[in-house]
Write a protein that binds this ligand. Structure first.
Ligand SMILES: Cc1cc2nc3c(=O)[nH]c(=O)nc-3n(C[C@H](O)[C@H](O)[C@H](O)COP(=O)(O)O)c2cc1C
Length: 183
């Protein structure tokens, strides 16, 4: 059975939800999935797996710094195995070119060349953010992205779940078609 590591940062929890859907699809293709919350644990070595999926979200104009550091540490192993990156943000809806540019910047900063890259719409779960963050995001939305999630009394989910499942199906095929990569 092939083994895949699925690494994500869990700032607000939506990346973890997308990761759950991806893992369900991979498991349905007989792939064993190990989750790694990079906020809590950066020690797991991707070299011990046959493939890697990494998810990061955009917060305040960039992907999480700790995820950049994690990738840099393991970039050689990641570039040798089937690997996939997904990014979640509001820019995907508001300004797709900006979202693409931030993914390219992430690739430049890390030196990682994932085989597959997907950009998914993120979520705004205002109830989780607390007053200060809600206020900050409301101002950010008003300034830069009119119409996206400005009503702080409700939540917004912009993720297209079918696109998430297709991304996972394609990656499952990559992993199952490739040899064993474990160190
Ligand atoms: C404090 C904060 C700042 C954010 N800044 C941005 C941003 O600059 N650009 C963007 O496209 N999305 C931004 N978002 C939206 C997130 O990318 C989106 O909510 C994503 O789903 C978050 O994933 P997470 O719940 O795993 O953190 C921000 C969200 C929060 C909570």
């Amino acid at each position: 059975m092939k083994r895949v590591i699925l690494a994500y940062g869990a700032a607000g929890g939506h990346i973890a939800k997308i990761s759950d859907v991806i893992s369900e699809v991979l498991r349905s293709h007989d792939i064993d999935v190990t989750f790694l919350d990079v906020n809590a644990d950066r020690e797991a070595d991707p070299a011990e797996y046959d493939g890697a999926v990494v998810g990061a979200s955009i917060h305040l104009g960039r992907h999480e710094k700790h995820m950049v550091e994690f990738i840099r540490t393991y970039v050689d192993a990641l570039n040798r195995m089937p690997s996939a990156f997904f990014s979640a943000s509001l820019e995907v809806e508001a300004d797709p070119d900006e979202a693409k540019g931030l993914v390219e910047q992430f690739e430049r900063e890390t030196g990682w060349r994932p085989d597959r890259v997907a950009l998914f719409g993120g979520a705004l779960v205002h109830a989780h953010y607390g007053f200060a963050r809600r206020h900050l995001m409301k101002r950010q939305d008003e300034g830069q992205k009119p119409g996206l999630g400005t009503d702080v009394s409700r939540d917004y989910v912009y993720t297209e779940w079918d696109a998430v499942r297709r991304f996972a199906e394609d990656f499952a095929a990559d992993v199952n078609a490739s040899g064993t990569h474990r160190a």
